[in-house]
Design a protein around this ligand. Structure first.
Ligand SMILES: NC(=O)C1=CN([C@@H]2O[C@H](COP(=O)(O)OP(=O)(O)OC[C@H]3O[C@@H](n4cnc5c(N)ncnc54)[C@H](O)[C@@H]3O)[C@@H](O)[C@H]2O)[C@@H](O)CC1
Length: 244
């Protein structure tokens, strides 16, 4: 299995857009759908109810989460969708959010969430069976200081991840993407599940042994699969594979 650095993952992304002429909307749709399918597989393993909080960030990782929220809602989940911060550059987020809401996802404000051993909505004691971390992906720069709202919500999510099932999309938000070891002085998310998109990134080498690790995002052209030696052991027509 090939593990990519953040830079290699970014270059792969750019080639998909330029040489191979994929659009962002196509890729986030395929990525988000496969994330939702993985989460259904997680539920079959851990049990519990079909309740999820999907926390989304400003980039394409966040867009994957919005699409996943829509598909989960269509799969019968009670989904709360929280857009932690919208990018001023993003022209696709608004339509993806509208689609998710029209399919049954409920929008919640970050300010209305209470972070503790789990995450709940203000005034409610109900917690979520699954929390989806779709805040940052491979473009996260761990050398930059976190600003609001991430200075509060990432440590809050990290704390909750010790007792709640947190599913991270592509990268556990806040982790150094290109490093096998994370800074022990930082309070970081402990993923119960990681869904690596296209192929795992270097940071996935430092996952706890108990973490479920899926690979999904089955849209890499044959030429790139061969050149980058991205050999994912998918079976038949499956859109994801569990590798740990
Ligand atoms: N080629 C691929 O493999 C695909 C990648 N996709 C997704 O796209 C993601 C990458 O998306 P993007 O490149 O848009 O980037 P991200 O979604 O990882 O994050 C970009 C955003 O994070 C902010 N940011 C970075 N470091 C920060 C810090 N220290 N503090 C606060 N904000 C910070 C940036 O300003 C930017 O707004 C992947 O991880 C994956 O989830 C999928 O959408 C589809 C295809």
């Amino acid at each position: 299995m090939r593990y990519l650095s953040g830079k290699e993952a970014y270059d792969l992304d750019q080639q998909l857009f330029s040489t191979f002429q994929y659009s962002v909307v196509q890729l986030v749709e395929l990525a988000g759908l496969s994330v939702a399918l993985c989460i259904n597989d997680v539920l079959a393993r851990i049990g519990g109810d079909k309740t999820a909080l999907v926390l989304c960030g400003p980039g394409n990782n966040g867009a994957d989460g919005i699409v996943a929220a829509r598909h989960l809602a269509l799969h019968g989940w009670e989904v709360d969708l929280c857009i932690t911060k919208k990018s001023s550059k993003s022209d696709i987020a608004d339509s993806l959010i509208a689609q998710a809401v029209s399919c049954g996802a409920h929008l919640v404000d970050l300010d209305s969430l209470v972070f503790g051993d789990s995450i709940s909505k203000e005034g409610s004691s109900l917690s979520y069976n699954i929390i989806v971390d779709s805040i940052f992906g491979f473009s996260f720069d761990s050398s930059r200081p976190l600003r609001a709202p991430f200075d509060l919500c990432l440590p809050g999510l990290a704390k909750a991840s010790k007792s709640s099932h947190v599913v991270c999309v592509d990268i556990p938000s806040g982790w150094n993407v290109s490093s096998e070891k994370q800074d022990p002085d930082k309070e970081l998310i402990v993923p119960s599940t990681l869904i690596s998109l296209t192929t795992p990134k270097t940071c996935a080498l430092g996952l706890p042994k108990s973490t479920f690790h899926y690979v999904s995002g089955r849209f890499i052209p044959i030429e790139l699969i061969k050149r980058l030696e991205i050999d994912i052991p998918y079976e038949g027509a499956d859109l994801f594979v569990k590798i740990q």
